[in-house]
Design a protein around this ligand. Sequence first.
Ligand SMILES: Cc1cc2nc3c(=O)[nH]c(=O)nc-3n(C[C@H](O)[C@H](O)[C@H](O)COP(=O)(O)OP(=O)(O)OC[C@H]3O[C@@H](n4cnc5c(N)ncnc54)[C@H](O)[C@@H]3O)c2cc1C
Length: 629
Amino acid sequence: MKSFVAEEYDVVVVGAGHAGCEAALSSARMGMRTLVVSITLDAVAMMPCNPSVGGTGKGHLVREIDALGGEMAINADKSSIQSKMLNTAKGPAVHSLRVQSDKQKYHTEMKKVMEKQKNLDLKQAEATEILVENGIIKGIVTRTGAIYGAKAVILVTGTFLAGKIFIGDVSYESGPNDLRAATELSKSLRKNGIALRRFKTGTPARVNSASIDFSKMVEQHGDAEIVPFSFMNDLLDFPQVPCWLSYTNTDTHEVILGNINRSAMYGGEIEGPGPRYCPSIETKLVKFADKDRHQLFVEPEGLYTDEMYIQGMSTSLPEDVQVAFYRTIMGLEKAELMRPAYAIEYDCIDPTELKPTLEYKKIGGLFFAGQINGSSGYEEAAAQGLMSGINAALKIKGEEPFILDRSEAYIGVLIDDLVTKGTNEPYRIMTSRAEYRLVLRQDNADLRLTEKGWKLGLATRDRYERYLSKKAQVEEETERLKTVRKKPGELKEFLERQESAQAKKALSLYDLLKRPELDYAKLEEIDPNRPSLMHQVVSQVEVEVKYEGYIAKQKQQIERFKKLERKMLDPDMDYSKISGIRLEAKQKLNSIRPVSVGQASRISGVSPADISVLMIYLEQKRRKAKQNG
Ligand SMILES: Cc1cc2nc3c(=O)[nH]c(=O)nc-3n(C[C@H](O)[C@H](O)[C@H](O)COP(=O)(O)OP(=O)(O)OC[C@H]3O[C@@H](n4cnc5c(N)ncnc54)[C@H](O)[C@@H]3O)c2cc1C
């Protein structure tokens, strides 16, 4: 193959999956001449697994991507076929939006946005090599010999990189959905000193809806009020399609356990660890042997297909066993499998080799995002893609990097967990991973981040003005609630009807809203002249008033956290020279090279005692420097 110089770009993105789309769009929107290549353009924003966006923790990421000026939320709103706010029985910190998506529409709409984006070229091509000179990235080479020069390259290869599919004892090189795998690039990465390891994930079979008896299942509906993912949209209105709930049973378990040694996972074919929070059905039966049934959801893949996704039933058992066990399930007795379930193994890196900007520490201008960093999930990939695109553009412009810390965003929690703690299995975001989750709610992502997106040149003027208007309305309405006061007499009947304690003195609407049994809607009865406010504003005011105390307490904790985050560390410091720090900690600090004392304190193997020694050392150094003037 004869190579030829095709073109020079600022940024080249290798992969147009969920990470690749956000990386390419953010880089192009920040003015970088950007190229995105994909082995096939049919994989642009492809959903190889669950036909849904969002869920616990993931919904927060989608809102944050939107608030910064990313595309995922807008695309999810365009292709939603069912919408549900999860965990509404719990506190607002864990309320998470989840939508069922029409996969084909999600792909088509995102591809259209990419095709129309200024500064962005989208091409079908397979990157087979990265070009590096003196530790600096220079570009890529494709399978057809095209050389694309670049000041930054972002690798977002997902589950395609040295992808290998497993169905029982059958395995073959392939990307998801039997698309071609990327078979060459790994060699080039290794040649450039990048260590790779194997991770795996799995997906269930797709069953033809005509072969399913839905009358034997429990219909699951979306919410009556359709809350949008994007802050750019008001309440949505579209016909929703149902999902269905069913369960495995002892027959199912018997078939699976009777053939478990034929599973690629349990037959020892697969070496990579899989996602703990999306386990295969055989793993569930092994781990939770006491359970006599496991729930599963039958989810439509889209409006113009009869393919149904069987959520909770991923497996790497052989096809004959799959047919046998699916047909033991209530409603699936005559199931026609359109696509078999499979597991896929792929190459990924150790994310502790990356800076918090997602730039590779040892090759300047080379960034990684998404599944290749050891995460799992469309949302996790998209969040990293966005941040890598932003930081590649800022690096080329010679501007300060953009890093979100753990108190500012779930994106900050995700990236810090990956680059500081690393992961030995596919990493999934969860609300329990965020220390400051009461402040990092999905409903206030725009109030936390849109100002930053505007300063980066990513958030549009329309988005910025919407944010300013919401912010002003929230502040005005909160103030108004404090000023409108009601005498005990005026409240008597209302409080009786609401079974709420009678007032002993005049109370403001603000005081009343704090009462758990009262909410903003109920107060309308005694507040008829209120302004008509957007749904987003009302939910904001309600949460901020009701959780005022907790939020204030969490903000104090954040202040303490930020103190250590602001203590920056010299990236070239040699920790082996600091006596008093334990050997393991010295090794970890020298390999991860934390940017701050805060990050250092989160590295596994670095103890609080090590951090105290480090703090003393830094203080002594500061004093000495001061003395020496
Ligand atoms: C079988 C399966 C099961 C899954 N199960 C789950 C699950 O249970 N839970 C969950 O949260 N997530 C799951 N996922 C993961 C989810 O799909 C991914 O997390 C998400 O798609 C990752 O996004 P990404 O952008 O990193 O990569 P992908 O979406 O995989 O996109 C990669 C892109 O890179 C391109 N590409 C790769 N190599 C090259 C190259 N050399 N040259 C040019 N283009 C290239 C591809 O064409 C594609 O466009 C599953 C995925 C699969 C395949």
